[in-house]
Write a protein that binds this ligand. Structure first.
Ligand code: AMP
Length: 466
């Protein structure tokens, strides 16, 4: 199906043809007509599926014949959890809008706000922003959202994980109620659904089956290994297989720094990439990695969001994520747009619970390879596919808030800025509330119930490890 049959006009199709896009991806085929009709949309789609174009293209089309914006006004606001993703989104908009008369600008923290304010003076069609900087500039009256026509919340699950819920609600409170709202998320845990429910009007739901996309183009395998020999195994794999490039996922910032040092000692150039590093050093590392000058980037899961790297040959899970959807999201960083990719996981015994959940979600066992000299002293059992976390959250749990690492699971989060602004007519209070039986009823904007309690999912539990 060509892009023209989705209702996109010649200037947009020409830009796509310049980019070498011959046909729409599955999220584009499904989302573009719905967004063009002005509907609210909630979409489960990870980075790598072509989701950016699925909302930017129809909005560009819809805005074609519109009058220029008034000063300091924004037509479409796209909220992004990270600076890197914001920059990437902005770059994509510029590419797609190449033959359209529409403006786009980006506003992120960590850089001087002067030029960002100047860019807003004449009004702008597309503004891509991280929540913190946007709030700052709203307070400074550098822009107004009173004429906003469309709001896009991208990577909503990460946005909530990172504690942006209060900021999102403050932003939404300043936007007109009759705007079009679009929400994209790699995973769809209850808090994201609640956010959608409290901020969108009868959203159409679109879900892209990420696991099949991954299976088609990404070769997945894992190696069982003792935790203390993981870095030696990784160095061995890199050297033996002559890997020229890879994105390495690790759990902690400290772990990232340590691994970069360990690889460096073995003559492998790698750099840590996480939120503890300055914006300038992250940007430089990313540019070098993209240009192929830096072979390995070691990223924590959150920092890696928004990294759009063409033709990434492989991702390596140095640690397995707690959340199986996060795993699928990670492997989606490679094998993009039909290219072949490779996803390798280093599996130690303490990753086993996560592996069970991941394989159960994937619906298949990941191929295991043995590497001579690295057989684990602590054997990692083969998982079963009908694995069910014993303490799966029920429809109406009476769970007490619990401060543990399960909050990373995606089924559970707490705001980093909890306590700030307890005036909670907010989607946070809804988002954190227990899912209710009226979930499938038509949804309406705002008016979240006050003082609802947090639903706290418990960590997946594997009885075999008892
Ligand atoms: P996204 O999921 O929006 O981050 O897009 C992932 C990558 O796929 C980006 O590098 C896009 O440029 C590319 N892409 C998006 N749509 C298409 C398409 N229809 N055909 C080929 N590549 C695409």
């Amino acid at each position: 199906m060509p892009f023209t049959s989705l209702g996109l006009s010649e200037p947009i199709c020409r830009a796509l043809s310049d980019l070498g896009y011959s046909k729409p991806t599955s999220i584009q085929t499904r989302a573009i007509p719905v967004v063009l009709q002005g509907e609210d949309v909630i979409a489960t789609a990870q980075t790598g599926t072509g989701k950016t174009a699925s909302f930017v293209l129809p909005l560009l089309e819809a805005f074609q014949a519109k009058e220029p914006m008034r000063g300091k006004r924004v037509r479409c606001l796209i909220l992004s959890p990270t600076r890197e993703l914001a920059e990437q989104l902005h770059k994509n908009i510029q590419q797609y809008a190449r033959y359209c008369d529409q403006s786009s600008t980006v506003m992120v923290g960590g850089v001087d706000s002067g030029p960002q304010k100047e860019a807003l003076i004449k009004g702008v069609d597309f503004l891509v922003a991280t929540p913190g900087r946007l709030i700052d500039l709203l307070h400074q009256r550098a822009l107004y959202l009173d004429e906003l026509e469309a709001l896009v919340i991208d990577e909503a699950d990460k946005m909530l994980d990172m504690g942006f819920i209060d900021d999102i609600n403050r932003i939404i409170d300043r936007a007109p109620e009759d705007r079009q709202s679009l929400l994209f998320s790699a995973t769809m845990p209850p808090p994201v659904r609640q956010l959608a429910k409290s901020t969108m009007y009868r959203p159409k739901e679109i879900s892209i089956d990420a696991q099949h996309r991954g299976a088609d183009t990404v070769e997945q395998w894992l190696v069982a290994v003792d935790k203390d020999t993981k870095s030696a195994l990784l160095s061995h794999l890199i050297k033996e297989n002559d890997w020229q490039q890879g994105l390495i996922f690790i759990e902690t910032k400290h772990g990232a720094a340590k691994l970069a040092e360990q690889l460096g000692k073995r003559g492998i150039e790698a750099e840590a990439f996480h939120s503890g590093k300055s914006q300038a050093s992250r940007e430089r590392a990313l540019e070098e990695f993209k240009a192929g000058k830096l072979p390995f980037l070691i990223a924590t899961g959150i920092a890696a969001r928004g990294l759009d790297i063409e033709a990434l040959p492989r991702v390596i899970n140095y640690d397995l994520p707690f959340d199986s959807d996060e795993f699928i999201h990670r492997i989606g960083r490679t094998g993009r747009a039909g290219a072949k990719g490779e996803a390798i996981s280093l599996l130690s015994l303490d990753d086993f619970k996560n592996l069970c959940a991941i394989e159960s979600r994937l619906g298949h066992i990941i191929e295991r390879r043995e590497i001579e000299g690295f057989s684990p002293r602590k054997e990692v059992p083969i998982s079963i596919l009908n694995y069910q976390p014993k303490n799966k959250p029920k429809a109406k749990p009476k769970a007490k808030p619990k401060k543990d690492r399960a909050s990373k699971s995606g089924a559970d989060f707490k705001p980093a800025n909890k306590g700030r602004g307890s005036n909670s007519n907010s989607a946070w209070s809804k988002a954190s509330s227990t899912e209710t039986a009226d979930q499938d009823k038509p949804s309406f904007r705002k008016h979240a119930p006050k003082n609802t309690k947090s639903e706290k999912a418990k960590k997946p539990f594997n009885p075999w490890l008892k």
